[in-house]
Design a protein around this ligand. Structure first.
Ligand SMILES: C[S@@+](CC[C@H](N)C(=O)[O-])C[C@H]1O[C@@H](n2cnc3c(N)ncnc32)[C@H](O)[C@@H]1O
Length: 281
């Protein structure tokens, strides 16, 4: 039987780095297409290139990136350095039959959000209009367009690099007739009074975008998928109070359909998505 990749990596690195350091090697990684990202403790810094090469060989990757500071800022940019391989880190990641072209050096792709991307694929239907307020490279827009085939998806994205990949991915996945990409801040460029469903796939003070999301809905009626990070001991009531307040300001009401844990964010804080029905009072 083939050895598990991590056992293989550890065993062959035993010959190349001091044996007492082997226990510090990461047994988890993010593999986006053929580009790998790993977190290495500083104690292994001296050997990072040797280590990168081994992970690349065993996991069949063209480049290995070292995560040096998570994902930062409004555009959710990863902070990474190349420790092995090709400088051109553009790749195509395939998930659930969707092709995502991106550069993992410049843009995030979270494996922790995979279940939600799969859930979104079948959430809509041919009669709906969808607005994706934080489309990125098409994380949710593409699976929805491919599998739910709604009438239209308006995909809003502010970052030029992500927007360029979004355009490429629309063509790559053959959904140009369904998806209309729009470049800019969603508060300025999202279509108003049109959607049956609004996706808010962003987790940095997403509550600030709720008034805009409600305005995208046709007659202020429809479903909002509201992502954010919340203290685990405050959900669902505290976040829902904020949504209810914003709905009330628009003269409508908010009803929680369900909430789903997406992934851990920090101790006691997690990323959740709330499915919320907005309707008449
Ligand atoms: C990286 S995605 C979140 C990840 C995604 N939900 C997933 O499944 O992995 C968030 C995107 O929102 C974009 N963004 C942030 N603020 C925005 C705004 N005000 N208007 C439009 N796009 C925005 C960022 O540039 C980024 O591409």
């Amino acid at each position: 039987m083939a050895e598990k990749p991590f056992i293989q990596i550890k065993n062959s690195l035993l010959k190349e780095i001091p044996s007492d350091l082997v226990s510090n090697l990461p047994d988890k990684w993010e593999k986006i297409g053929d580009v790998l990202t790993i977190v290495l403790p500083s104690i292994l810094d001296e050997y990072k290139n040797t280590i990168g090469k081994k992970y690349a060989e065993v996991l069949n990757c063209k480049t290995v990136l070292k995560d040096i500071g998570g994902i930062k800022g409004e555009f959710r940019v990863p902070n990474v350095e190349i420790i092995y391989g090709l400088k051109n880190t553009e790749t195509i990641h395939k998930e659930n039959g969707v092709k995502y072209r991106l550069d993992p050096q410049k843009l995030m792709f979270s494996s922790g959000n995979m279940d939600e991307r799969i859930r979104m694929a079948k959430i809509s239907n041919k009669n709906e209009t969808v607005v994706d307020l934080f489309a990125g490279i098409g994380y949710f827009t593409l699976p929805i367009a491919i599998y739910s085939k709604p009438e239209k998806v308006f995909a809003c994205e502010k970052n030029q690099i992500a927007f360029d990949y979004l355009n490429e991915n629309i063509i790559l996945n053959d959904v140009s007739s369904i998806v209309e990409p729009r470049k800019g801040d969603n508060r300025d460029i999202a279509p108003k009074n049109i959607a049956d469903r609004v996706i808010m796939g962003y987790i940095d003070e997403t509550e600030k975008f709720l008034p805009n999301a409600i305005d995208c809905l046709h007659n202020h009626i429809g479903i909002i998928h509201y992502h954010n990070t919340f203290s685990d001991n405050t959900i669902p009531n505290k976040p829902m109070k904020i949504v209810e307040k914003e709905a009330k300001k628009k003269g409508c009401k908010a009803e929680l359909l369900k909430y789903i844990y997406v992934k851990s964010y920090a101790p006691g804080i997690s990323h959740y998505v709330f499915d919320i029905k907005i309707g008449e009072k």
